[in-house]
Design a protein around this ligand. Sequence first.
Ligand SMILES: [Zn+2]
Ligand SMILES: [Zn+2]
Length: 398
Amino acid sequence: MTVSAPPSVETLFSDALKRRLVDLRRDVHQHPELSFREHGTADRLALALADVGVADVTRVANTGIVARIPGRRRGGPVVAVRGDIDALPIQEATGLPFASTVPGVMHACGHDVHATWAVGAAALLVANPAESDVLVVLQPAEETGKGALAILETGALNGVSAIFGGHVDRRFSVGQVVADEGPLAASADTFEIEIVGAGAHAARPHESHDPIVAAAAVISALQSIVSRRLNPATPGVVTVGSIHAGSAPNIIPDRALLTGTVRAVEPVSRELMLSEVKRVAESTAAAFGVEARVVLDRGTPPIVNPSKPITWAREACASTIGEGNLVPLGFLNLAGEDFAHYMESIPGCFLRIGARESGATVIPAHAPTFYAAEQSIFVGAAVLAECARVASEALSRN
Ligand SMILES: [Zn+2]
Ligand SMILES: [Zn+2]
């Protein structure tokens, strides 16, 4: 299937650079590595950055890279562009000629393309620099929600004035970009509820404090958080994703373990749902004469794109892909994205970059058949490089 990026984007890349980026993407796709194990990927990306003329390349957080592309002037506000680089524990079933050569590991979330468009953005910024320096961040371990924090902890982004990132999305055609103000990704927190009762013979329940019956009641009661406690005008999810208890039909066990996830896009909803998970679990368990020990593990915050960086991104999109290719998100997807960690301390925004060939089907990310259309490399690179230039110029004027 042939597909092309908007002509205005194509002209930004020489044929040699296009070939280099396509080869890089295929190579990264063929050799996927799991979170925080991206050693080969990082080596390959460091070489690719050097090949496109980036002199200042630093390895950070073990398998991450921060590359500095000098601006036209020294000392101004620094802007960053981020691409994530890790793969997933999934057996690839795309049938692509450059499919994964690693059994059980594949780039099922398109981070092979994100890594490549970050290198592409670096190449464009070397050729046509921003007002001041731009950092290109190649981030490990997005899928575990830990990579952005690892990069931030190194201090490599201290003092950065704005940061931009994006994700491939096959709900949108190549050439289309979503740069909406407001919510784009949900918070992704997890919980573990250990229900501790007292075991007994299954024929003598009165001698037990049955954690299984209590667990069933807790699961049902948790459903009332979204239906009865959350403002229906705001999205939220409480899912119990695993339940483990018992070993035989004639034994009442002494404990049950539930784990699950909470998703929200507004901080108030997030706090409400987390505190309600604890309250509902503890009080329901108490009603059954057992104890619920609740552990909440806070994951990534939501992404809510603020107005100013989105204005810069929309301006960048208008001059690269054309204003007509800016499309609304439509229905919000409540997946998490660890780019949110950067946005807690650095102004920035996150884009969805169309990655479906015309006439092709929507394939969900994390499916064994998922891949991003090759031409989305050029749209991502062009848009993110231009975001950096627009932000750099606007911030330098202040
Ligand atoms: Zn993913
Ligand atoms: Zn992803």
